[in-house]
Design a binder for this molecule. Structure first.
Ligand SMILES: CC(=O)SCCNC(=O)CCNC(=O)[C@H](O)C(C)(C)COP(=O)(O)OP(=O)(O)OC[C@H]1O[C@@H](n2cnc3c(N)ncnc32)[C@H](O)[C@@H]1OP(=O)(O)O
Length: 421
């Protein structure tokens, strides 16, 4: 059971199954960028807008971290691709640490189910230089489990019938709406304060901010302009679509982001949203599972919540990944880990977890627990309890050992990543 597998060297250009040539794209090649945008547009079914792609997407990426799959039989046509964005994600107790943020996975519709995605995943996850942990948000939830990704954070969609009040006695402060240019540096400073302790948050470069807040017609798609409200310890971005019906005002407010460093900032920004004049519906398309609206509202039934998957986590090298967070309880457990895609993780590991971090090394012992690498990825940010995976039969073994691992990996709040990527 305890195989020792060395990680293979990074493939740069290989001819693999299906006769494909698989290689890293060139960051200086306009042809590679043009081919990538074409494949992406075909796969996602949009009409590419070169101005938008060049100004808001291209600056975010090092194309040298993108993998292209080419078919020599089709004149070296790029049939598929997948990118890695170098980001930093906040881990429990440790703060921000580099991750491979997988993005731009796309295969031309006329070339799908020929194995191009599998080539991309191999090229990414078997590469020498890849970070110990990879993360992604998936277009379809059924794709990435087979590659060892586990569902690690959920997102919620909230809808609130307004006007709605905060609970009596909730402490709030005045807030101020500001033009974008004034709001931007203040929002970035607040995000920089919140991010190091908010598990699941990603760092944002200038290019990422510009993309997230872009009002380019391609991104805005006819929606009303985004607006910004500031509190000294928090910010809110939102849009209001005004409307009048037979019954009177019927405007809709859509929250882009609420980022708060203190409870008073959070309550003040929600108060602004909930009491906005003439608004009857507030929609929050992307909120954390533990965003405490239900605890803030005077009438919790004004709120409806729908939960879906958000960030998937892949522990690329378990022995390196395990120390990227600290643990809520001290535990030593032996775990038989199955990993069909990264065989260096496949084996029995002794995990030593405590408040300072974690260590994992392969042992010959009889395992107390059995699970897949995807299950450890699911639990890694504290978003999925090991105990729950055990009730689903995904984590099996000695109940006491499962309890120790569950207590170690649990976190006070469930993680949230306030963006897709
Ligand atoms: C992180 C992101 O960027 S998410 C965005 C992903 N991209 C998209 O959704 C765009 C539209 N879709 C596509 O481009 C393609 O269909 C892809 C990328 C999802 C799949 O590409 P393909 O080259 O067809 O996949 P490939 O042939 O390598 O299949 C690999 C495995 O994934 C499975 N698979 C492929 N597509 C899907 C899917 N949509 N849902 C579930 N499983 C899938 C295959 O069955 C195969 O499984 P197996 O190896 O266990 O038998």
């Amino acid at each position: 059971m305890t195989g020792t597998h060395d990680q293979p060297p990074a493939p740069t250009s290989t001819t693999g199954a299906g006769g494909f040539v698989v290689r890293a794209l060139s960051d200086t090649s306009e042809a590679d960028w043009a081919a990538a945008t074409r494949v992406d547009a075909l796969a996602f079914g949009y009409v590419p807008d070169a101005d938008y792609l060049d100004r808001f997407l291209r600056p975010q990426y090092d194309l040298g971290r993108f993998t292209g799959v080419f078919d020599p039989a089709l004149g070296d046509l790029m049939v598929g691709l997948g990118g890695i964005q170098s980001r930093s994600l906040t881990f429990p107790g440790r703060g921000p640490s580099p991750v491979a943020a997988v993005t731009w996975v796309a295969v031309r519709p006329d070339q799908q189910r020929r194995g191009a995605l599998r080539h991309v995943m191999t090229h990414q996850l078997h590469a020498d230089g890849i970070e110990p942990i990879a993360v992604l948000t998936a277009s379809e939830a059924g794709i990435y489990g087979r590659f060892g990704y586990g569902l690690a954070t959920n997102r919620t969609r909230r809808e609130i019938t307004t006007p709605a009040r905060l609970r009596p006695g909730t402490v709030t402060d005045p807030v101020l709406e500001m033009p974008r240019a004034e709001a931007m540096p203040l929002m970035r400073a607040i995000h920089d304060r919140v991010r190091p302790v908010a598990v699941g948050y990603l760092d944002r470069t200038d290019a990422v901010w510009e993309h997230l807040l872009s009002e380019h017609p391609f991104a805005a798609a006819g929606r009303p302009a985004r607006r910004f409200v500031l509190h000294p310890d928090g910010y809110l971005s939102f849009r209001v679509a005004d409307s009048f019906g037979d019954g009177g005002p019927d405007s809709k407010l859509t929250v882009g982001e609420i980022c708060a460093a203190t409870p008073a900032a959070r309550a003040s920004l929600w108060r602004h949203v909930l009491s906005y004049p003439l608004v009857r519906t507030v929609q929050v398309p992307l909120a954390g599972v533990d965003e405490p609206l239900i605890d803030l509202l005077d009438d919790p039934r004004a709120l409806s919540t729908a939960v879906s998957d958000h960030v998937w986590v892949r522990l690329v090298r378990l022995t390196d990944a395990i120390d990227r967070r600290t643990y809520s309880a001290t535990a030593r457990v032996t775990v038989a880990v199955t990993d069909r895609f990264c065989p260096w993780n496949d084996g029995v590991f002794a995990l030593d977890l405590d408040a300072d971090g974690g260590r994992a090394h392969q042992v010959d012992d009889e395992p107390e627990i059995r699970c897949d690498i995807a299950d450890l990825g699911s639990a890694f940010l504290g978003g999925t309890r090991i105990a729950r995976l055990a009730t689903a039969g995904r984590v099996t073994g000695d109940p006491a050992a499962i309890g120790r691992l569950d207590a170690a990996m649990a976190t006070p709040l469930r993680p949230f990543t306030p963006e897709g990527f």
